[in-house]
Ligand binder design. Structure first.
Ligand code: CA
Length: 418
């Protein structure tokens, strides 16, 4: 009844990530669910179990079709919800027949959806190894990092409408590229399709007012939880279009996220040392605690004509130079207002070693070092039919929790006729 406990599972009682699903009993109306082992706990059906002092008057947030209302409460509410669900599991109350509506459903029978109405999406560039690699490839070793990089978390405002849930196929885009430096640009299908291994952070808490800053020291109560994120990137389109205002259509063709939001509460046992920062950040970017996370990250690639998944990257969220608190402080330093459900992308997460690079651009070093897959094929960039799978988990020897996976298959370009 409580699922298969024989294999390592991403979703023990210490995790309890939130998602939004449709299932056999709610085919048209989305319900909020919590992943527990191989079950989904249907919060819509047990909303009246949230009878603690903070949530007893807020049970409606569990009966919405997105997590925004719940995320717009406070950390104290989120903690009370977590403790309530843990108590229901530990007392076996969820698994008895006393509920009028079925409180759980097998995970294999549900379809997951983007769990949040994402108002705004920002993508940062906060892994020093990734920024250095890209800088070396496109400039030089001496000028790899731009002069601003160690002073502020660089980012750009992305496109929320094209964020999709894991499993959604991505179509190779058309666009303008410059195949030969100095020659005329070319219009056609992207030839250098890439993935980017990232994590996304969902903002929570009540909306802030325009003009209100959130310093790094104050940022914690604005952080609801994390997902895996694949920021699909059309490298050749990006290279031609990004000057001088940054990425545009090369990044808006689809961004995949994993369906389960792992909360900050669940991640606390895996907090690790911050990346050493030199020079010292400005005061608004400083916080006096560790807020980095030991989250092991992997990327698998499966060609269409093969069943073999080749692990092409092993990285870790702890390689982030800038913390999420610092990203939030940078986002709001001008008084930019936050809304619950805003999404902050980490930027591609690369480690020091070549097997930890979080994009094909770096793994194949701009196409000069093809990767060999288990089926004998080689890859410089992604080919049509390739499936990219991101996985993430934390394991400190005593406890393991995971993020599930973030998957997407690259479909061929739709022919452009005029
Ligand atoms: Ca990115």
């Amino acid at each position: 009844m409580e699922g298969n406990t024989d294999k390592p599972n991403d979703f023990p009682v210490e995790n309890l990530p939130y998602g939004v699903f449709t299932g056999p009993l709610n085919k048209t109306v989305k319900h909020i669910g919590v992943a527990y082992r191989d079950l989904v706990i249907d919060l819509n059906h047990i909303a009246n179990s949230f009878d603690g002092p903070l949530l007893k008057d807020q049970q409606h947030v569990f009966m919405q079709e997105s997590l925004n209302a719940f995320m717009g409460l406070t950390r104290a509410h989120w903690v009370e919800a977590r403790e309530t669900i843990q108590r229901l599991i530990r007392t076996n109350d969820l698994f008895t027949a006393s509920h009028s509506k079925r409180p759980t459903v097998q995970m294999r029978f549900v379809e997951m959806h983007v769990p949040v109405e994402i108002g705004d999406y920002t993508d940062f560039y906060s892994s020093i190894h990734h920024a250095t690699n890209v800088g070396i490839m496109f400039r030089s070793k001496e000028n790899a990092l731009m002069p601003n990089w160690k002073y502020l978390p660089v980012g750009y405002h992305g496109r929320a409408s094209s964020i999709v849930v894991s499993g959604t196929p991505i179509t190779r885009p058309y666009g303008q590229t410059l195949p030969v430096e100095g020659a005329a640009p070319h219009f056609g299908p992207c030839r250098l399709m890439d993935f980017e291994l990232e994590m996304g952070c969902f903002v929570g808490g009540p909306p802030t007012a325009l003009g209100q800053r959130v310093t790094a020291q104050e940022a914690e109560d604005r952080i609801f939880g994390f997902v895996l994120m694949n920021d699909w990137s059309a490298r050749d389109i990006q290279k031609w279009e990004y000057v001088p205002l940054g990425p545009f259509t090369s990044k808006n063709l689809g961004t995949s996220i994993s369906p389960w939001i792992v909360t900050l509460e669940a991640l606390r046992p895996f907090i690790c040392d911050n990346f050493p920062q030199d020079p010292e950040p400005f005061p608004y970017l400083k916080h006096n605690d560790n807020f980095n996370f030991d989250i092991k990250l992997e990327v698998d690639l499966k060609p269409e004509d093969s069943s073999a998944y080749t692990t092409i990257c092993r990285s870790n969220f702890k390689y982030m130079y800038w913390t999420v608190k610092q990203q939030l402080a940078q986002q709001t330093i001008t008084g930019c207002n936050l809304k619950p459900g805003d999404l902050l992308g980490s930027g591609t997460i690369s480690g020091e070693t070549p097997d930890s690079y979080g994009s094909m651009l770096e793994l194949s070093w701009k196409g000069t070092k093809p990767l060999r897959l288990l089926n004998g094929q080689e890859r410089k960039f992604l080919q049509d039919g390739d499936t990219v799978v991101l996985r993430g988990y934390c394991d400190n020897g005593q406890l393991r929790i995971g993020f599930g996976s973030c998957e997407g298959k690259l479909l061929p370009a739709v022919p452009f006729t005029q």
